[in-house]
Design a protein around this ligand. Structure first.
Ligand SMILES: Nc1nc2c(ncn2[C@@H]2O[C@H](COP(=O)(O)OP(=O)(O)OP(=O)(O)O)[C@@H](O)[C@H]2O)c(=O)[nH]1
Length: 736
């Protein structure tokens, strides 16, 4: 039985790769009507109850059953190769799993051609490959679709083709003329060269009738009929059904002399033997055609591998190692390019931007900014104003949060860079691994950033109270301030020039003039309104009267006017006239102005205002630049007059101190920890299965591996087949 064993191994290898139908090895296909006893026969062969039972069409998918004889082991278990459940020792669990898989086929479809693969390993079973199919139905019940009968027939027809062996199961108590199984098998195998008739329920017919069926006079089959009684006696042990069935069958067939006649085959043991012999013989005679088919597939695969991959070998392990190496290399390149000087540059840039914002808010928008250059001759009160301003500006720069912000800046850069590396080739094919890279980055950074920020905050604390500055530091600070202001000025002028070109110089000039004129007029109007308000405040009674009179109608007023006026009233009357006149003329002018205002596009006016403020900012910057270049700013004693230079010195001190701690506490730790984490969580240490999954996520690598795997397996199959052929030839030669 070596041939069957080896061919079963080969079949399992072939099943794990894509192959065309010519590569199919022969199996025994079990067909029969519903309740004819198919499951009972299979279970008697296997020795365990494991097939789904029930009245509601519980076999809906083909079950490809491979029995593997394991003579040197006591273990009995099943395996579902595609489910990854591992070894299942409990046959009740196998039964439940089969039932679940079958019942998962929706009622509307009723049957599915997708097979369920099950392998059973046991020392008590022969090496066999069997396929259990849904039973033929005679009449469709109320809940079953009309097409069900055809669907089952089609499915069985597909499986009973060559080179498979057909096991046509018929119950002895049902007339063979009505056997759907025999009818179907005759269509594809009229002489019964590869059909074995199994007559179940022999205990339900008289021995004479039983023997008549088995003699196969009416429906002859070359491979003959075997009679069985596969129902274990009630109350018998279910541990090894085979032994129980064989024992009770023996007793049954012995009890009637008819069954011991020549040419009558009965019993499960005989059936098992027959199946093994027929399968072995069938496999042997198919060996030549199988080798040819394997050779064809192998040639094709080798050709494809040569053309597509130039015979280049690849493994999941090498791909993982290569990918991880690439990542680590890129990370190393980044860390080389992002050392202390680059970190300082980043932090300095960030603090200088903050310093420019402070200058803009506190100095360049101060209407008294021109006083700064005349501070030598200023009154003490004015000097105090600017001294205090500098103190406040410096503490705005050093205020709490520098530690957090500078650390965060570096954390952001590291996070962004790692995100880019995680999304670049080859990790763009591995979204889960990319996520893992990001989460590793986050894990290290979040464990370090708080402590780093606190450290930085602590070390810059002294600068919050006092900033001492050497002559050298002052000179450097002034230089940097000049460069920064120069850049700021260039940016202002650039934006201004852009506005000019997009709007047009003439149009912009007109709009600017209009805005200036409008603002001037607006100021005047505001002045007038203020004057009116003041008058109202100085004469509130009159205002209330006025308000009241306006509410009343004119008629009332004309009535009261007939009454004699007092001197006081006259005085009021004069005041009132004066106020109303003022108010009226203010309102009239407002209305007139609104009517005469040219209709400028609001967007254009916004541009004009923007241009105007840029022009003003440029003027101030030029003024500040000349101040910074002047003699006054050559000396740190005059820091009040040169706030930009002083703040540049402060930001440099902050940058230097921050970087020192960020480097030690955060960057060095990150550079040390990350590559180790990458190795342990992404690298070859993750295990073979994880590496295979990872590698196959990349479509081109997946294809490469698949083709290689296919070639390797076909070569293995080809070698095994050739070995078997040699063995067969040797055996033949010995016989001769
Ligand atoms: N008396 C007797 N009953 C049997 C024999 N073999 C099977 N049965 C009974 O026949 C009934 C149907 O048997 P199964 O083995 O489930 O038949 P099946 O062909 O698998 O049925 P479906 O899965 O519905 O297609 C069960 O109640 C069995 O106990 C036998 O040799 N003698």
């Amino acid at each position: 039985m070596l041939l069957t064993k080896k061919l079963i191994e080969i079949r399992n290898v072939l099943n794990s790769i894509d192959h065309n139908d010519t590569l199919k090895l022969p199996s025994i296909v079990v067909i029969g009507s519903q309740s004819s006893g198919k499951s009972s026969v299979l279970e008697a062969i296997v020795g365990h109850e494991f097939l789904p039972k029930g009245s509601n069409m519980v076999t809906r998918r083909p079950i490809e059953l491979t029995l593997i004889h394991t003579p040197h082991s006591k273990e009995e278990y099943g395996e579902f190769p595609t489910l990854g459940l591992g070894k299942v020792h409990d046959f009740k669990r196998i039964q439940q799993t089969l039932k679940d898989l079958n019942m998962a086929v929706p009622e509307s479809e009723c049957v599915s051609s997708k097979p369920i693969e099950l392998r059973i390993y046991s020392p008590n079973i022969p090496d066999l490959t069997l396929i259990d199919l849904p039973g033929y139905i005679q009449i469709t019940s109320k809940n079953q679709p009309l097409t069900l009968k055809e669907k089952i027939s089609e499915l069985c027809d597909k499986y009973i083709q060559e080179p498979n062996i057909i096991l046509a199961v018929c119950a002895a108590d049902v007339d063979l003329a009505n056997s759907e199984a025999l009818r179907s098998s005759r269509k594809v195998d009229p002489l019964g060269l590869r059909t074995i008739g199994v007559i179940t329920k022999m205990d339900l017919v008289e021995p004479e009738r039983g023997v008549a069926i088995l003699r196969n006079q009416d429906y002859p089959l070359h491979l003959g009929y075997i009679g069985v009684v596969c129902k274990a006696p009630s109350g018998a042990s279910k541990d090894n059904i085979t032994q129980v069935v064989i024992k009770s069958e023996d007793a049954f067939f012995r009890s009637s002399y008819q069954y011991s006649q020549r040419g009558i085959a009965v019993g499960t043991a005989t059936l098992r033997r027959k199946l093994m012999d027929v399968l072995e013989e069938n496999m042997g005679s198919n060996l030549g055609s199988i080798i040819k088919a394997v050779q064809r597939e192998l040639d094709e695969t080798r050709y494809q591998f040569k053309v597509e991959y130039n015979d280049q070998k690849m493994s999941a392990e090498s791909y993982v190692a290569e990918s991880v190496d690439k990542l680590k290399h890129r990370f190393k390149d980044f860390t080389k390019a992002f050392g202390k000087p680059q970190v300082r540059l980043e932090i300095r840039h960030m603090l200088e931007q903050r310093m420019l914002d402070i200058c803009a808010q506190r100095y360049w928008t101060d209407p008294k900014i021109n006083e700064l250059s005349k501070l030598d001759s200023a009154a003490d009160e004015d000097r105090l104003y600017w001294d205090l301003k500098l103190e406040l500006a410096s503490s705005a720069l050093t205020k709490s949060g520098v530690g957090r912000q500078t650390t965060q800046r570096v954390v952001d850069i590291l996070t962004r860079t790692m995100e880019q590396l995680a999304e670049a080739e080859p990790f763009n094919h591995h979204p889960k691994a990319a996520e893992r890279i990001k989460s590793m980055t986050h894990e290290i950074l979040s464990s370090r950033s708080q402590a780093t920020a606190d450290q930085v905050e602590n070390t810059i604390k002294p600068f919050k109270y006092e900033v001492e500055c050497t002559d050298g530091e002052w000179v450097e600070g002034t230089k940097r301030a000049i460069v920064l202001l120069q850049k700021e000025l260039e940016m202002c002028e650039e934006v201004l020039a852009k506005i000019k070109t997009t709007v047009g110089t003439k149009k912009l000039r007109k709009a600017i003039n209009y805005v200036i004129e409008y603002d001037r007029e607006e100021a005047k109007r505001a002045e007038r309104r203020e004057a009116v308000l003041k008058l109202r405040e100085s004469n509130p009674r009159r205002h209330l009267e006025e308000h009241f009179n306006l509410k009343e109608n004119g008629h009332q007023r004309s009535e009261s006017s007939e009454e004699p006026h007092s001197e006081h009233d006259n005085e009021h009357e004069r005041d009132h006239e004066h106020v109303s006149e003022e108010e009226r003329s203010a309102e009239d002018e407002d209305e007139l102005e609104a009517a005469m205002r040219p209709h400028y596009n609001p967007k254009l006016l916004n541009k004009a205002r923007e241009a105007l403020s840029l022009r003003e900012r440029a003027l101030i910057l030029k003024y500040r630049l000349s101040a910074l270049k002047s003699k006054t700013c050559k000396n740190s004693k005059n820091k009040t007059q040169c706030p930009e230079a002083f703040l540049a010195v402060v930001s440099e001190k902050l940058a230097y101190t921050s970087v020192m701690f960020i480097q030690v506490e955060l960057l060095n730790e990150f550079v040390f920890q990350l590559p180790r984490m990458i190795d342990s969580r992404l690298g070859v240490k993750t295990g073979q299965e994880a590496m295979e999954i990872f590698a196959r996520e990349n479509p081109s690598v997946g294809r490469h591996l698949q083709l290689m795997d296919r070639r390797m397996k076909l070569e293995e199959v080809w070698e095994k087949l050739n070995y078997l052929v040699r063995r067969q030839e040797e055996a033949k030669a010995r016989k001769w």
